[in-house]
Design a protein around this ligand. Structure first.
Ligand code: ADP
Ligand code: MG
Length: 663
């Protein structure tokens, strides 16, 4: 059933629903309330004079409508309740008059005047409160669509016999946990008869999400094992060691260990499926380069994928630096590569003329063919979803895969969420790195901040300034980045160059400014969070973050990791007037693992996986942290289910699996 076939949804509603991200019946019925309002029945005798009251009853007299000037109106009628009769008056609800027929059950919310025995209502809802209480679902809305509209659409969709509402929990597990079926559970979540029933239904729906997710993870893992035939290759380790010896720095112990892991994987029979996690600045990039070098030495092509164009470009540039003395041919492929160039690159890749290709999503989204792809690396792994992971693996000739993540994830979570991978962790930091000094400052202390900035600039160093949003008029209290640019210009503009990048900018313009910053033509770079990942400018030694309370700790840690990239002492200043206690954690530690644990405790997984960017870590109802027990359960069940050869629901199993493969 298509969305427009749902009773009541016309073209106008269709457009509005689209704005809410609702495009299908499934989207609609899983547009879950973000909270509920509890309507608890009060009594006329127990409520005090002037007190707030919610009371239900039957309309006892036809409403009398009084109209005023300027389109205002007022209605008066009498209501019989279980604790007596009461007058109700309500403003500007003339449109309800026809529905308030004598004898109709309604619920009135308002203020009780005991002397006059009148409720001045702020709201009237049709229907009485069953069980002394009614639980109202409250939905995210958009202009032109009311809570009531959404609720009606959802209920209509649930009534219609839509095939989209498929049950994805195999019967054996529904029975095991005594779950109701999906349609009933959805109905309860959208029309809760009681808090207990609501909780049960939510568990059921969460479990389904987690089960499907874990099925996916387990499936990928098993597939990977099954199609285990990796590439056969020999790697000239002497050449690798020579290359390592030629680097301008000594590898850390953990970097060396990660490289050993990777080379063993590459040479081993199976296919590599490895996650390389390490704090920002821990030096993952060089590890990935060495992996690509090893892959090159054994005669295969490598692809390195980054989440943003800036990052891809930067990797490409450092690749040129590190491999200046090698005969490796490389290319950069991003969204802004011209069509002509792209076609040349495609052709060269297919003919094997390119050894290493670096790019953005373009590398998997488009129909890129390789001559002999041997290694695929994705940087900032958490931004690519499990589906994309699968997609990538299905490309080309069973390449080995390496995923890099700068978001340290507590081990137990990592084992579950990335259960399909081996993990290498870099904990040691490059030698000579000083701890980044972190200070929390109030807006009233801005003068101190400017002084500190000036000290830094005087020494020839550069500064990042971060402000969360641009020109969001509804958030006028947030520091507007344009405004900030003016202020910075006023303070430093006569001696230093200040520029601005933000998310709404065209990527070419952004890249140009980033380049200027990299080359120290710009000394202060103001930005929204677009530089969050990866960017490497060792001469930048200060990071100033406005409205710091708006960020999760893990994000702040990522941002802070943009400085402290050389042996210069770096400073990070967090400006905020509230929530400073949480921010003080940043002053105390610079251990990403510790910070991510704190973040887990404080905010759940939302921030950690970056709600915006991650493809599949965001569930509509489940939460990886608070529902972790349920996740473990789902993990075990999904594994058993996958391994079970004689399921009597082969059809469902095939359907679930094919949706994994094709999504
Ligand atoms: P990340 O893990 O955040 O991706 P990078 O790979 O960008 O970190 O490394 C940060 C910086 O540290 C780079 O300039 C890189 O060249 C440098 N670097 C990497 N490894 C070492 C090392 N062992 N000693 C000194 N500097 C290093
Ligand atoms: Mg990196």
């Amino acid at each position: 059933m298509a969305l427009n076939e749902v009773k009541g949804i016309g073209p106008r509603a269709l457009t509005l629903l689209k704005k809410l991200g609702i495009n299908t019946v499934e989207d609609l019925v899983t547009h879950y309330p973000f909270r509920y309002e509890k309507l608890e029945r009060g009594s006329l005798t127990e409520t005090e004079d002037g007190g707030h009251i919610i009371i239900d009853g039957k309309v006892e007299s036809s409403p009398i409508l009084v109209r005023f000037k300027a389109g205002l109106n007022k209605m008066n009628f009498r209501l019989v309740t279980t604790t007596g009769m009461v007058g109700v008056s309500i403003f500007n609800r003339a449109f309800l008059k026809n529905q308030l027929v004598v004898g109709t059950g309604i619920t009135v919310i308002g203020k009780l005047d005991k002397k006059k025995n009148i409720i001045t209502a702020s709201e009237i809802k049709l229907g009485i409160l069953s069980n002394k209480m009614r639980i109202e679902p409250i939905y995210h809305l958009t202009n032109g669509i009311s809570n009531k509209n959404i609720s009606t659409f959802i209920n209509m969709a649930l009534l219609g016999n839509s095939k989209e509402i498929e049950d994805h929990i195999p019967l054996q597990y529904q029975e095991k946990y005594g779950f109701a079926n999906k349609r009933i559970s959805l109905n309860i979540v959208h029309n809760p008869p009681s808090l207990e029933k609501l909780e049960e239904a939510k568990q059921r729906l969460k479990y389904e999400e987690l089960f499907e997710f874990m099925l996916k993870i387990n499936y990928l893992k098993e597939e990977n094992k099954r199609t285990n035939a990796g590439l056969s290759r020999t790697i000239d380790k002497e050449k690798i060691n020579d290359f390592i010896a030629s680097l301008p720095f000594e590898l850390t112990k953990d970097q060396q260990k990660a490289i050993d892991d990777i080379i063993a994987d590459l040479e081993g029979k199976g296919r590599m499926n490895r996650l390389l996690q390490g704090d920002v600045g821990s030096g993952k990039t060089i590890v990935s380069f060495i992996a690509m070098y090893a892959n090159y030495l054994s005669g295969y092509q490598s692809a390195l994928m980054a989440p943003t164009e800036i990052l891809a470009t930067q990797h490409y540039q450092s690749l040129q630096n590190f491999f200046a003395n090698q005969k490796i041919t490389s290319a950069l492929l991003t969204g802004s590569t011209s069509k002509k160039e792209k076609e040349q690159i495609y052709q060269d890749l297919e003919e094997g003329k390119i050894d290493i290709i670096i790019g953005t999503h373009a590398l998997i989204q488009e129909d890129v063919k390789y001559k002999n792809l041997g290694l695929v690396i994705t940087d900032e792994q958490h931004r690519f979803g499990v589906n994309q992971r699968a997609n990538l693996q299905n490309k080309g000739q069973k390449p080995d895969t390496l995923y890099m993540s700068a978001t340290p994830i507590p081990r137990t979570y990592a084992l579950t969420i990335y259960g399909d991978m081996d993990v290498s962790t870099i904990k040691t930091r490059p030698k000579g790195r000083k701890k980044i000094k972190t200070l929390v400052k109030k807006n009233t202390e801005i003068k101190d901040v400017l002084t500190l900035m000036y000290e830094e600039l005087k020494q020839g160093h550069q500064i990042y300034v971060i402000a969360p949003l641009i020109e969001e008029s509804e958030n006028s209290d947030l520091t507007n980045v344009n405004d900030l640019k003016d202020k910075m210009n006023l303070a430093f503009g006569s001696k230093f160059k200040i520029d601005l990048v933000h998310g709404k900018m065209a990527s070419l313009a952004k890249d140009n400014i980033m380049k200027a910053f990299q080359q120290n033509e710009v000394q202060i770079l103001i930005s929204t969070t677009v530089i969050e990942v990866g960017v490497d400018v060792p001469n930048a030694t200060m990071m100033v973050i406005f409205d710091a309370e708006r960020f999760g700790l893990s994000t702040l840690h990522q941002l802070r990791g943009r400085v402290g990239r050389s042996d210069l002492q770096s400073t990070c200043i967090l400006i905020s007037d509230n929530d400073t206690k949480r921010l003080e954690i940043m002053e105390q530690t610079d251990d990403g693992f510790e910070i991510s644990e704190e973040d887990f405790k404080l905010r759940g997984h939302g921030d950690l996986f970056g709600t915006k960017q991650s493809g599949d870590m965001t569930f509509k109802m489940a939460n990886l942290t608070s529902d972790f027990k349920l996740l473990l359960q789902a993990k075990e069940d999904a594994y058993q289910y996958l391994m079970d050869k004689n399921t009597d629901q082969e059809e469902l199993k095939q359907k679930l699996i094919s949706s994994i493969v094709h999504s």
